[in-house]
Structure formats: structure tokens, C-alpha cells
Design a protein around this ligand. Structure first.
Ligand code: UD1
Length: 457
């Protein structure tokens, strides 16, 4: 029998699932945004999420306490902290400064419930194994943007002499001491490069990683490991060489600014035709993003070596984008640029080549009046004069950010649900937008108390 489903605002009641009704009735926060408000001012860019997460796992390598500065306030950072705590690591956070004391690691298996919430926690496999000789990491599983396998991490560690088997969904790795190896990655995976680079710092001998990821966060991790006393050369290029040492000490280290958050505010400025200044940033990390903005017709100027300003332009033109590993166009900016292209004149094609399932924002943008067709991993966009506000749902982190940006430009009110994704990766986004003059509010919608449950037909 087909279930009778009835919608009450954002809540769906299903006749045949009475035991789920209490959960469905639990109201989750939503963002309400009234679009077309001109924005103006400066935004402070937080520390890079993807650096902070992996540097936290890197602290497992150190036999002395470490201090990280510029740690963003994010749900993902809290989750990574919980995982490290479960391993016996001591953490203390004071503002944006995080002290990590991994002198005594009492557990070598991370709990599945925590790892499944945060895929990046799997990257702890390498440092944990290198430091303790044993690591047991539940396979993180897929996520909203794709299957996200980890065979490159596992194969690289095996080449370094680790004995690895997968049992009941857990990767169990042993190695008295890892040995230097020559590793070629089939694909320049960010996580695999980071896992293997960290593991190699404490290995016996020299490791080379060819076809390594060149993302700025990989370079940041290498700089952090160097501050701990590691010998790493070539990070930021496609060949990284690591000469292993027997022990690493503590360090005091500042995380780089978040290039994806910076890119998000550049797009927010462009789409609302506003003048916004962002700092601190490393403009070099934003080269592919700035180049594409300029191609679309957006002006970006440097006010200082670490400060960029986006300037309004009356008209934007369509552009084609193909996501690629760094220094190619970042997949993490794909959804945001799609939003900008929906209101740019002419046709655009976006090809997502990094993740197989990263177009979840398209149906939501269609609800807001965009004209987009999908074929395989390509999105064909025909520019429309404007977007209109609608109730929408964020399906993953960057898709949610894209909806916020779309809402800022749209006519009328947009209500965004699924904020758990946004909170994973944007430090205080609504406060930053409010300061720029956006009309944005986080509310917990009231559920009517006199909802009748529909009867079967
Ligand atoms: C990191 C970033 C993420 C970003 C992505 C690509 C973190 C915490 N996350 O994710 O924000 O979108 O880089 O820039 O830093 N792959 C394999 N086998 C493997 C590993 C990866 O096939 O063993 C594939 C993936 O499925 C994907 C592609 O390689 O299709 C890129 O993934 P990868 O670079 O590993 O991304 P992450 O490190 O998970």
C-alpha cells in the first residue's frame, strides 16, 4: 500500500511509521534569509578547516605537547577532538588556541560512532600507526558526495611494511616500525598524501610520494610536521620526500586561513553585487578561484598582501568549469560557482570530476528558479535574470553554503534546512554575514501542536 504522506511546513508525517513520529516532530533550526540586501564591509577569514583537522591528527606523532593557533570554531573540530580524546589524548581549547597533549596514547582503536561522523578522522591511521605500532580505524564509509574509498591510504602503508587486514569493517594495521618506501599514488588524493606523509615522518629511511596532492593544506601539514622536527621536502609539488626520524617533539603552530571560506565570501560579494574585503588570506591559494571569477566578469583586487576586495559589476557572463586537484579548480568551490553562474548571462557547463555525487545542490537551486540540466557529472546552466527565495535543504557542506549565497541574491525569503552540514565547516557564517548587512536569522520553527495524523484512504 502506498503510504499517505502529508506535509506540515517542513515536517512530514507518515501514516505507516507511527514510531518515527516523535522524531519527525522534533524541530531543527533553519536559516531564514531575505535576499537582495546590499552587503558591505570586511570579513575576517577563519583558520582552514581541512588543515586544522589533519594537523590535529598530526599531533599524534609528537612525543611532547603541541599548540595550534587559529583553530576555527566548527562542529568537525569538536568531533575530531572527541576522537582524539577516545584515544587517550588530552585536549584543551581556549578561544582559537588548541593544546594537544598526545604523550600518552592509551587506545589504538577509534570508535566507529565517531569516525562515521567525520571522514577526515580516518587520516589518523597513519600517525597512530607510526607512533604506536598499532592502529585500528573503522572504515569511514561513504558520504553525501560519494563512496570515498581509502585503498590508496591502505596500499601506501602496506608498501611501508605495515601488516594490514580489514575485519568487520575495521582496518587493523601493525608495524613494529614503518620503513621508507617509494610510493606512487594512482590519484593525487589529499587524504592519502597526508596519511602517508605523516606516517613517513617516523619511518626508518626515506619515503618518496609521487603524484602527491599539492593542496595548500598538504603544505600546511608538512610545515607543521617540520615544526615538530620532521624532514620533509617538496610538499606543495607532486613529489614529496620524507626522511624519517625516530622521534618528534612539540611545536607551536599557526594554521593557514581557509581558502574555501575566503572563496565563499568572494562569491557572496559577487552575487550580491557588493564590495567586500576579506582578510587574512593567502592570495596564491586562491589563484584558480580568482581566475574564474575574473573570467565571469567579477573584479578582485589586492588591498594588501593578505587582503582581497571583491568589487561589484553590473553583468556577469557564463563560464565553463571543470573541477580538478590543486592547482586546478577546487571541487569544494563547485557548488558556490554554480550558484553565481545561474544568474550569469549565457550558457555555462560545470563538470565535476573529483567526486561522483556532488551535484545535490542542483534540485535545490531549481526550486529557486535556476535553469540547470544534469547529464552524468555535467551540469548545463542557462543564466536567468534572477533567483527567487524558496524553502530548500542543504545536502552537504558546500551545497549548504551555495544555498546561503543563492539566498542572499534571491528575491524574497529563503528558508534553509539541514544546517548540521553548514555548521560542520563555516565558523560563525551568519554572524559574519549579519555584520556585512545581510538579513539573516537562525530560528527553530514552531511545530503546530494540533497536528492531526492523516487517516489511510
Ligand atoms: C579532501 C578534503 C575535501 C576535498 C577533497 C578534494 C579534507 C578533510 N577534505 O578530502 O574537502 O573536497 O580533499 O579536494 O581535507 N580516492 C580514491 N581512493 C582513495 C582516496 C581517494 O579513489 O584511497 C578518490 C575519492 O573517492 C575522490 C578523489 O579520490 O573521488 C579525491 O579524494 P581525496 O583527495 O582523497 O579527498 P579527501 O582527502 O577525502
Amino acid at each position: 500500500m502506498v503510504n499517505k504522506v502529508q506535509e506540515y511546513g517542513n515536517t512530514v508525517l507518515t501514516q505507516s511509521l507511527p514510531n518515527q513520529i516523535p522524531n519527525l516532530l522534533e524541530s531543527k533550526p533553519v536559516l531564514q534569509i531575505w535576499g537582495k540586501q546590499p552587503l558591505q564591509g570586511q570579513v575576517r577569514i577563519s583558520g582552514a578547516k581541512n588543515s586544522a583537522l589533519v594537523l590535529m591528527t598530526g599531533a599524534l606523532l609528537a612525543s611532547e605537547p603541541c599548540r595550534l593557533h587559529n583553530v576555527p570554531a566548527l562542529a568537525d573540530i569538536k568531533s575530531m577532538g572527541d576522537i582524539l580524546s577516545a584515544l587517550g589524548v588530552k585536549l584543551s581549547l581556549d578561544g582559537n588556541t588548541l593544546d594537544i597533549d598526545a604523550r600518552h596514547i592509551s587506545e589504538t582503536q577509534a570508535p566507529y560512532e565517531l569516525v562515521s561522523q567525520l571522514r577526515a578522522s580516518f587520516f589518523a591511521l597513519g600517525p597512530l600507526l607510526a607512533r604506536t605500532g598499532v592502529a585500528q580505524m573503522p572504515l569511514p564509509g561513504g558520504c553525501a558526495i560519494g563512496a570515498r574509498p581509502v585503498e590508496l591510504h591502505v596500499r601506501g602503508l602496506q608498501q611501508m611494511g605495515a601488516d594490514i587486514y580489514i575485519e568487520h569493517g575495521v582496518v587493523r594495521a601493525h608495524a613494529r616500525r614503518l620503513k621508507g618506501a617509494k610510493i606512487y599514488l594512482d590519484y593525487p588524493s589529499v587524504g592519502a598524501t597526508e596519511t602517508l606523509m605523516m606516517a613517513a615522518t617516523l619511518a626508518d629511511g626515506t619515503t618518496t610520494i609521487k603524484n602527491a596532492a599539492q593542496e595548500p593544506e598538504v603544505e600546511d601539514l608538512a610545515n607543521f610536521c617540520r615544526a615538530l622536527g620532521a624532514n620533509i621536502f617538496g610538499a606543495g609539488t607532486n613529489t614529496i620526500t620524507i626522511e624519517g626520524v625516530s622521534k618528534l617533539h612539540g611545536a607551536d603552530y599557526r594554521i593557514i586561513p581557509d581558502r574555501i571560506e575566503a572563496g565563499t565570501f568572494l562569491v557572496a560579494g559577487a552575487i550580491t553585487r557588493s564590495e567586500i574585503q576579506i582578510a587574512p588570506v593567502v592570495p596564491e591559494h586562491l589563484i584558480p578561484v580568482i581566475a574564474k571569477l575574473r573570467e565571469i566578469g567579477v573584479q578582485v583586487v589586492a588591498d594588501a598582501p593578505d587582503c582581497l576586495r571583491v568589487l561589484p559589476a553590473p553583468m556577469y557572463r557564463g563560464a565553463d568549469i571543470e573541477t580538478r586537484p590543486h592547482p586546478g579548480f577546487p571541487t569544494d568551490m563547485q557548488a558556490l560557482f554554480m550558484t553565481l553562474l545561474t544568474i550569469s548571462e549565457g550558457n555555462s557547463v560545470i563538470s565535476e570530476t573529483v567526486f561522483e555525487n556532488r551535484l545535490g545542490h542542483v534540485p535545490e537551486l531549481l526550486r529557486m528558479g535556476a535553469d540547470i540540466r544534469i547529464k552524468g557529472n555535467h551540469a548545463f546552466i542557462q543564466g536567468v535574470p534572477q533567483l527567487s527565495g524558496a524553502p530548500v535543504t542543504g545536502t552537504d557542506l558546500r551545497a549548504s553554503a551555495a544555498l546561503v549565497v543563492a539566498a542572499l541574491a534571491a528575491e524574497g525569503k529563503t528558508t534553509i534546512q539541514g544546517l548540521q552540514h553548514l555548521d560542520r565547516g563555516y565558523d560563525g557564517i551568519e554572524h559574519k554575514l549579519l555584520k556585512l548587512g545581510a538579513q539573516i536569522e537562525r530560528i527553530v520553527p514552531e511545530i503546530p501542536t494540533d497536528i492531526g495524523i492523516p487517516l489511510p484512504l
